[in-house]
Write a protein that binds this ligand. Structure first.
Ligand code: ADP
Ligand code: MG
Length: 255
């Protein structure tokens, strides 16, 4: 009798534990190709809600391709694997459906729309359905964008364009932010400003994957890290483990 009660209790507490530790975002054995070129070779990763994951690796390791596969672009094309966001099967979605579900990719070239002001770039993003940030919320977090709201977006500095690209993602329904080399070409003071913004959205439950050549900066910001090499995961652990592991840093990150 008491043993049955104990078993039940154990089962219940175990179930609760699984529920609270279930990853918010999960990639399972993902394979993707550019034509016949096999590039993403069985990537798996897990992220909890509100975490920042640094996705690192040498040039050509497959970082951009991994982000593009997660965002469900046609190139590269995913041929095997599963992608789950908060219980939703992203692997069954088209790219526009993935975006509607809250996956927003900010590519390396930022894609600011020519001929539109800062405010028009943000407003256009708000056309998508869902509960994105209001203009007021955005301007409060990005005072530089507020000052330049009537300026054409493409005439902003590199750092300001990066902020606009992130602001645009926030204007949409944002659950998973995919950032491809956001710090590239930016002055340290601007990098710090972007870091501050990425930190401030964590408590809102926004989950981020950051790809960066500036591995040290990404690792200082991130909770966890995944290192890719030739399209495969060669390390997954905490960001601190990578910072503390000289061998790993030398071998895959050249730092
Ligand atoms: N459009 C493409 N067509 C064919 N091969 C590509 C294409 N884009 C990237 N690749 C190849 O995929 C590999 C991974 O590239 P990428 O994901 O851009 O790496 P990373 O972002 O880590 O530098 C490289 O070998 C690259 O040449
Ligand atoms: Mg890349």
């Amino acid at each position: 009798m008491s043993s049955i009660a104990m078993t039940t209790e154990t089962t219940v507490s175990h179930a609760v534990e699984i529920e609270t530790t279930r990853p918010f975002f999960s990639v399972r054995d993902m394979h993707a190709y550019y034509g016949e070129s096999y590039i993403v070779q069985g990537v798996s990763l897990d992220i909890r809600k509100g975490e920042i994951l640094a996705l690192l690796g040498r040039n050509g390791a497959g970082k951009t391709s991994t982000l593009r596969t997660i965002a469900r672009t046609d190139n590269p094309q995913m041929r095997q694997g599963e992608i789950w966001l908060d219980g939703l099967p992203v692997h069954q979605m088209k790219s526009f459906e993935a975006a509607r579900s809250g996956i927003q990719l900010v590519p390396e070239d930022r894609r600011i729309i020519q001929g539109l002001t800062v405010e028009e770039n943000i407003t256009l993003a708000k056309v998508a359905p869902g509960n994105g940030w209001s203009l007021e919320q955005i301007y409060e977090s990005f005072p530089r964008l507020a000052e330049r709201r009537t300026q054409e977006g493409v005439t902003l500095s590199g750092g300001e364009q990066q902020m606009l690209a992130i602001a645009r993602a926030l204007a949409r329904d944002l659950k998973l932010l995919l950032l491809d080399e956001p710090y590239e070409g930016l002055a340290p003071v601007i990098v710090q400003e972007i870091e501050r913004i990425l930190h401030s959205i964590k408590p809102l439950g926004i989950t981020t994957i950051i790809v960066e050549q500036n591995a040290v900066a990404a690792l200082k910001l991130a909770d966890r890290a995944v290192i890719l090499d030739t399209g495969e995961v060669v390390f997954a652990g905490t960001a601190k483990e990578v910072l503390d592991n000289t061998e790993l840093r030398h071998e895959y990150l050249a730092i």
